[in-house]
Design a binder for this molecule. Structure first.
Ligand code: TMP
Length: 254
């Protein structure tokens, strides 16, 4: 059992105090929720796979100059990250109509959007993460105009890069959600990509069949949920050494 100090427990992850000041350990759970916690379940092996998938994507993004909170993977379910002050926004990028956009605006799911659309949601569970505009964000001081410009530029860069990366493995990046944090170095502040990038917060469709390879399989009870996460990891070339049998990982907590 772990004796580290727990800093925060979210729906899919736990944050612990890290080994050095300014670091945290991000632990990936198998728990899944949808529709703001109304639907709850477990996706066996999800934590192990999301730890790997997020490591892989954050590392690739780091290589093209997108600064992230990721430092290194520690074990099957944990990664070391820099401690950041999370900006309370969910930044959603959409390339193809799906989910809440398709529903709200009556656009058929699967319609290619005329251009990528970026939306902001205020990260607040008790309010069910309402959509907000730049006006709300700056007026309430969640982020400054300059911060938002930086967030937008980083978001579009991430979208361009990930769209190409997934296309290369036969996957359409339909939409995804990012979170950003402020990283302080004395008086200096920079904005870095935080949280995770995984099938929990992306819509990923097979390019040929449009088969959903993401959390929508859980949200919509489509079955083969574990298999979808494994398929994404397999195509990225990062299934854990022992293959799908190795997905439970060590029980370092729970
Ligand atoms: P939406 O269509 O439900 O608004 O979701 C858009 C994208 O954002 C989709 O890839 C799933 C992701 N997402 C999250 O990661 N967390 C959330 O709480 C929600 C609502 C969506």
């Amino acid at each position: 059992m772990s004796r580290r100090r727990q800093i925060y427990e979210g729906k899919a992850k736990v944050l612990f105090e890290g080994p050095e000041p300014g670091t945290l350990v991000q632990y990936f759970k198998d728990d899944a929720t949808a529709f703001n916690n109304q639907k709850k379940g477990t996706i066996t092996g999800k934590g192990v796979l999301n730890n790997r998938i997020s490591e892989y994507l954050m590392t690739k993004l780091g290589e093209i100059g997108v600064q992230t909170h990721f430092v290194r993977r520690l074990n099957m379910r944990e990664q070391l990250v820099r401690e950041v002050e999370i900006i309370p926004l969910e930044v959603v990028v959409r390339n193809v109509a799906a989910g809440s956009l398709a529903k709200r605006l009556g656009i058929a799911e699967g319609t290619q959007l005329p251009r990528s659309i970026v939306e902001y949601y205020y990260k607040n569970d008790s309010l069910c993460d309402p959509m907000v505009s730049e006006e709300h964000i700056t007026a309430f001081g969640w982020a400054a105009t300059q911060d938002l410009d930086e967030i937008m530029a980083m978001t579009l860069r991430v979208n361009d890069f990930l769209t190409g990366l997934f296309l290369g493995i036969g996957i359409r990046l339909v939409d995804f959600k990012l979170e950003f944090g402020r990283l302080w170095n004395n008086e200096e502040m920079r904005i870095v990509l935080a949280d995770e990038i995984s099938p929990d917060n992306c819509r990923l469709w097979d390019i040929k069949t449009n088969e959903k390879l993401d959390k929508d399989r859980f949200r919509l009870d489509l079955g083969k949920v574990e298999e979808a996460y494994q398929e994404v990891a397999r195509r990225l070339g990062i299934l854990p050494e022992g293959g799908p049998t190795d997905l439970k990982g060590p029980k370092t907590m729970q």
